[in-house]
Design a protein around this ligand. Structure first.
Ligand SMILES: [Zn+2]
Length: 250
């Protein structure tokens, strides 16, 4: 059975900004099975479509982006700006972990620019801790508890800073120079978002902003393009850097 990596981020295009290069490398170089999950279908990500219409579009865009690297896309079906730390999303995430049984899980930085990202980070941390505990959601008909907590990593916050503007330094960087075009192709699959970001944030160059950020992380690492990560190293979480062992760290 192939090893499994799962990214769980808030919105359908977050993986393509933050960790798709790393996912692509695990798939291409080591044959890992990749799963990309978003907490919401991005239902607020439009000024021209209603919530159901844009959600429908963005689930398809998420699936299209994942398909570029042969990955599967999953939506946890929470709603934009309404991701909370409570039982429903925690139960859904725990079920997903027990179903996919990933060795590595990637999620948002605990401190990020908006609360959907921070709540997702907290939920994923909790689900990773709870999924190996058999009595956790024992009555929900889940697959068996996973054998141990997976290796958990936090992606860079957006623009590498927290909500107070403080820089968040990665613990290590993964060289994604060889797969940056694949990452760009995945991001470009989110066609609805370029228009939305242009109108809401005044940000054009949807794909270019990703390239610029990876180039910035790359400069710090002495390579063309990189992605930054920190590993969750609290008590009982795995302590060895499995991601680094497979892909090398900079
Ligand atoms: Zn997001």
């Amino acid at each position: 059975m192939a090893d499994v990596v799962l990214s769980v981020l808030a919105h359908p295009d977050d993986a393509e900004f933050l960790c798709a290069g790393t996912l692509a490398r695990l798939s291409r170089e080591h044959g890992w099975q990749v799963h990309i999950a978003s907490m919401t279908p991005g239902d607020c990500g439009s000024v021209e479509h209603g919530p159901d219409e844009i959600a429908c579009l963005r689930r398809q865009e998420g699936a299209n982006a994942a398909a570029v690297i042969g990955a599967a896309y999953h939506c946890l079906e929470e709603r934009d700006l309404l991701i909370f730390y409570h039982e429903r999303p925690l139960e859904r995430l725990t079920r997903l972990l027990r179903t996919l049984r990933p060795r590595i899980v990637l999620t948002h930085s605990p401190a990020d620019y908006m609360l959907d990202h921070e709540m997702t980070s907290t939920l994923v941390r909790a689900a990773a801790f709870g999924a190996p505990i058999p009595n956790f959601f024992a009555a929900q008909g889940h697959p068996p508890a996973i054998p141990h907590i997976p290796h958990l990593y936090y992606c860079d916050p957006i623009e590498g800073k927290d909500a107070l503007g403080r820089l968040v330094e990665p613990a290590f960087r993964i060289d994604v120079s060889a797969v940056v075009e694949i990452k760009a192709a995945m991001l470009a699959a989110h066609a609805s978002q370029r228009n939305w970001l242009l109108k809401h944030h005044g940000m054009d160059h949807y794909v270019q902003s990703m390239r610029d950020w990876c180039a910035e992380r790359g400069r710090q690492a002495g390579v063309a393009f990189a992605e930054g990560f920190r590993q969750h190293l609290g008590h009982s979480y795995p302590q060895d850097n499995l991601l680094g062992q497979f892909l090398g760290i900079r």
